[in-house]
Design a protein around this ligand. Structure first.
Ligand code: 2BA
Length: 108
């Protein structure tokens, strides 16, 4: 069994959630915040049988879009940028996905 952690854009969270549920995955959805942009994002946690991992990742990839942000100065502080005073452009997503081995799983 594997544990999938997937960080997706808030704007894609509802559709990713709906598609994962429709495909029969059990999902926990966390409200999270990116450390760099300090914008809300959505982190999904899924416990998945090994043979179903690719299917879950495919759904997350299919419904998570890339977006470009130009950071306003009040979102990325000068401390984060080491003193830089100009807005910067960053590309966010589609999704950041971590897959871990699970040693033991129980649902009681
Ligand atoms: P944030 O930390 O808010 O990062 C948003 C975007 O800013 C990133 O997009 C990346 O393009 C850029 N970025 C992040 N840290 C940077 C840095 N130190 N220097 C320059 N640019 C930086 P993504 O890579 O698509 O990440 C989207 C969100 O996924 C992140 O939001 C964070 O919440 C999560 N994430 C990404 N990589 C991660 C990792 N290795 N560990 C934990 N969370 C991660």
């Amino acid at each position: 069994m594997k544990m999938i952690f997937a960080v997706v854009n808030n704007d894609d969270g509802a559709v990713v959630n709906a598609q994962l549920i429709k495909a029969g995955f059990h999902v926990t959805k966390l409200a999270s915040t990116g450390g760099f942009l300090k914008k809300g994002n959505t982190t999904f946690i899924l416990g998945v049988e090994d043979e179903k991992v690719d299917g879950a990742v495919d759904i997350i990839k299919r419904y998570s879009k890339k977006r470009t942000y130009t950071t306003p100065l009040d979102v990325v502080s000068s401390a984060t940028l080491g003193g830089a005073m100009t807005p910067i452009e960053v590309t966010v997503g589609g999704a950041t996905i971590f897959i871990m081995n699970i040693e033991h799983f129980e649902s009681i």
